[in-house]
Every structure is written in structure tokens, then in C-alpha cells.
Design a protein around this ligand. Structure first.
Ligand code: PLP
Length: 444
């Protein structure tokens, strides 16, 4: 649907009001209506809106230079942001390459992996295994790694068709295994797939440590993470974590990888890294990978805007705010409060079949039957309806059809990391009201 009053075209969607301004966890439209940004936009605005420190730092940089091409000048914001990023990431990840968004970060991670393999005389390694469902971006390379059918279908003939293994959606499993055994079972799918592809052909395994929009904050059993690392090591397959959504503190650690003590070979970040103040992302990799690539003539990759000083000044102020305001710890603490609230919703509404997440990346999923976890009928258009009912009541949440786009409706609740307990109470009150309205109109 396009709006007759606008030349812009996006995905079809409900007409929206004009945004006026943002403040903390709130956004205000031009009529003065206030919205709680319960999903930080698209899980972006980690430190809230209009943060004075970030704005001041960006203004100071604007007064000096908004752009200086990286091949012509070093800049303090980019050097300082790289150093700060390395200081905040686990040991072993010590080289940074900037980009302007999540798809660019994923593309960059895969291309670095490939160039590294070539320097090691392993040119046959070119297959990248990822998971189904998953979301890794919309550019051709990232789309090929994305396990979300509706987004891929029109472009399928133009994609190589990279291999996928099932994401560990253990909440759907009806076997007698323990959670730990299930985690190992899903990790073995990766091993099987590597053997099927031929280990000499497999370059990397790409995964979201906590799923984002495609799975609805899916967290694997603890056993999965370590076993996946072992399997990658066994076959010399590089492990790439897509932390575009989970990075920069969202799950209660700077990187979600830290929850399981995993050091991936390459990490892709964006979203919360620029936190909505500038289009910004990064890959962070170990020098072990980067140095051979540089020695062989350099990374054959780069985007014009990558590492520009204005975006980097924003990113630096964002990381300083995360640290100085203790926001990562707050994400862990408030995540527990939020999860307790979601569990209460599950007690109250029989059509909520699962709640899950880590830190302030949480989700609940609708079902028609808790025993089978069968989804609600698509005719209810539940994922779109609840979003609208919440929006009308001044709460922004994020939803998707889940399980690869074929079934189910999930809703992401992922407010800015500055959120307080009282504000989570406000989110819950609106959610209850919206869910009551949904239950009534759906006859549930
Ligand atoms: N990877 C993950 C896990 C994401 O959630 C997203 C965006 O939602 C991307 C990659 C792509 O990021 P972008 O939309 O900034 O290109």
C-alpha cells in the first residue's frame, strides 16, 4: 500500500503518524501522543532517545569535520571507538572493521573469513552454514544466509543456496531428552552437515547467539554453545556470531557470547552499537585472522561511509554511556523483571504458549493449543493485530510470523537499556489491556 501523500515506498504497512521527538524511552508524534518505545525501534535504541552526551559529542564532531575518507586520514573517533570496542569485548577479539549497518557487518564477516581461508591455502572453503529460521540481513550475501522463506523466495534463483541447519527451537520438541541433551542434539546437526558438505568446503558457521526477529528471542540450551565451538574447531570451520541485535549490551553482557564463555572467531555488530544516533556497525575479529589477510595485501572490501568520524563519535559516546551508567548490568536486572512480567502474562492468557529471552531481548509467542504449540489460525493476523492494539494504547512492540515465516506469531519486547522497574510496569499494564482487547475480538 502506498500513501498518496508520499513519494516514499516501503513494505506495505499501516499508515503511521509523523514522528516529532524522542526522549529517554519515549517517542512523541506530531499530535503530542506519547509512545513507549518497547522494542527500541528495531532493537536499536539501546540507550534511549536524545541522550545529551551523545548529542553533544556528535555536535562537537560536526563542528570539526563530518567526513574524512579513511584512506586519506586517520580520525580520533574511529581509533578511539575501535580501542573502546576491543576493551569491552572478550579477550581474543582485538581487531575492528567499521561498517554502517547489520547486513554490511554480516557480509564483511563472511568476506574476512573467506580471505583468511585463501591465505591459509584453503581456497576450497566457501560454504557458510547458517540456521533455519534466522535473519542475517537483506543484501544478497546476507540474504543467502538468512533462513526466512518469505524474504528469500522472489530472489531464490539469484542465491547460491547456502546450507542451513535447524535452529535449536527446543520448546517445540516433544521428545524425552533433557534440555542439555537437546542442545547437544542440535549441535550434532551442524557436525552432520559439515560432513555432508565435506569439511574442506566449509568456511564458517554463522549463528545468532540469541535469536532475533526470525525466532523471537530464541535461546539455545547451554550445552549447545560449547559443543558448536568444539565442532567448528574440530573441522577448522570459523565460528561467526551475528550479534547485530544482541551486541552492545542488549542481553545483559556486552556480547551475548559472554554468557557461555564463547570466543567466536568473528563477531558482527550493529543496531545498539550506534543505538540509533548514526548508521554504524562493526566486525570484531581476532588478529590471528586479520594479520594474514593484511600481510597478503589487505582486506578486499570496504564501504565508503565505513568508519566516518561522525558515526564513530556517536558510537564512542554510546559505549561510554553504556559503561558509565551501568546500562549493561541494568539490562540483566531489568531483563529479569521483564521476564517475570511476561510469565505472569502467560499465566493469564492461555493463548500465550511460550515466553523466552535473555536480558532485555525477550519474546512471547501465541499458540492455539499449549499442548501441541500449534499456532493461531493465520486468519486472525494476530502478529499484526496485537501490534496495532498496543500502538493505539501508546506502546510500540515488534512482531513477526515465526518458525521461518510459516507459522506462529511472536512479539519482541526489547525496551532501551535505561528502562526502570516502574516503566516495565507501565509496559505490562498496556500489554494486558491490548491482550484483553485482542482476546475479545479474536473470541479467545
Ligand atoms: N543480523 C541480525 C541478527 C539482524 O537482526 C539484522 C536486522 O534486523 C541484520 C543482521 C541486518 O541488519 P540491517 O537491517 O542493519 O542491515
Amino acid at each position: 500500500m502506498s500513501d498518496a501523500n508520499s513519494c516514499l515506498f516501503y513494505q506495505s504497512r499501516t499508515p503511521r503518524p509523523f514522528l516529532d521527538y524522542g526522549e529517554g524511552i519515549y517517542l512523541f508524534d506530531e499530535t503530542g501522543k506519547r509512545y513507549i518505545d518497547g522494542s527500541s525501534g528495531a532493537m536499536v535504541s539501546n540507550i534511549g532517545h536524545s541522550n545529551p552526551r551523545v548529542l553533544a559529542k556528535m555536535k562537537a564532531q560536526m563542528d570539526k569535520a563530518t567526513f574524512g575518507y579513511r584512506l586519506h586520514f586517520r580520525t580520533h573517533p574511529s581509533e578511539d571507538l575501535a580501542a573502546k570496542t576491543v576493551a569491552m569485548t572478550p579477550e581474543g577479539l582485538d581487531r575492528v572493521f567499521f561498517v554502517s549497518g547489520g547486513s554490511e557487518a554480516v557480509e564483511s564477516a563472511v568476506k574476512l573469513a573467506r580471505q583468511y581461508a585463501v591465505t591459509q591455502g584453503q581456497s576450497s572453503r566457501h560454504r557458510v552454514i547458517s540456521r533455519f529460521p534466522s535473519y542475517h540481513g537483506c543484501t544478497f550475501g546476507a540474504l543467502d544466509l538468512t533462513g526466512y522463506d518469505p524474504l528469500r523466495e522472489p530472489f531464490a534463483p539469484m542465491l547460491e543456496g547456502m546450507p542451513k541447519v535447524a535452529a535449536p527451537a527446543t520448546y517445540l520438541d516433544r521428545d524425552d531428552l533433557s534440555e542439555e541433551e537437546r542442545g547437544l542434539k542440535y549441535a550434532e546437526l551442524l557436525r552432520d552437515r559439515i560432513l555432508e558438505e565435506g569439511p574442506e568446503n566449509v568456511l564458517a558457521f554463522l549463528m545468532e547467539p540469541v535469536g532475533g526477529a526470525s525466532t523471537g528471542a530464541l535461546v539455545a540450551p547451554d550445552s549447545y554453545y560449547g559443543r558448536v565451538r568444539e565442532i567448528c574447531d574440530e573441522f577448522g570451520v570459523l565460528l561467526i556470531y551475528d550479534e547485530v541485535m544482541t551486541g552492545a549490551g542488549r542481553t545483559g553482557k556486552f556480547l551475548a557470547a559472554e554468557h557461555w564463555g564463547i570466543t567466536p572467531d568473528i563477531v558482527a555488530m550493529s543496531k545498539g552499537f550506534g543505538a540509533g544516533y548514526a548508521p554504524l556497525g562493526a566486525i570484531v575479529a581476532s588478529a590471528r585472522l586479520v594479520e594474514p589477510v593484511l600481510d597478503a595485501g589487505g582486506f578486499l572490501h570496504g564501504f565508503t561511509y565505513a568508519g566516518n568520524p561522525l558515526a564513530c563519535s556517536a558510537g564512542l559516546a554510546v559505549l561510554e554511556e553504556l559503561e558509565d551508567q551501568g546500562l549493561i548490568g541494568n539490562a540483566a536486572k531489568m531483563g529479569e523483571v521483564l521476564m517475570a512480567g511476561l510469565r505472569e502474562l502467560m499465566d493469564r492468557y492461555p493463548f500465550i504458549g511460550d515466553v523466552r529471552g535473555k536480558g532485555l531481548l525477550t519474546a512471547f509467542e501465541f499458540v492455539s493449543d499449549r499442548a501441541t504449540l500449534a499456532p493461531l489460525p493465520p486468519s486472525l493476523d494476530a502478529h499484526a493485530r496485537l501490534v496495532e492494539l498496543a500502538y493505539e494504547r501508546g506502546l510500540i512492540i515488534y512482531s513477526r510470523r515465526t518458525r521461518g515465516g510459516t507459522a506462529g506469531d511472536h512479539f519482541l519486547i526489547a525496551p532501551p537499556l535505561i528502562i526502570t522497574e516502574a516503566q516495565i510496569g507501565d509496559i505490562m499494564a498496556i500489554l494486558r489491556d491490548a491482550l484483553d482487547a485482542f482476546a475479545k475480538e479474536a473470541g479467545l
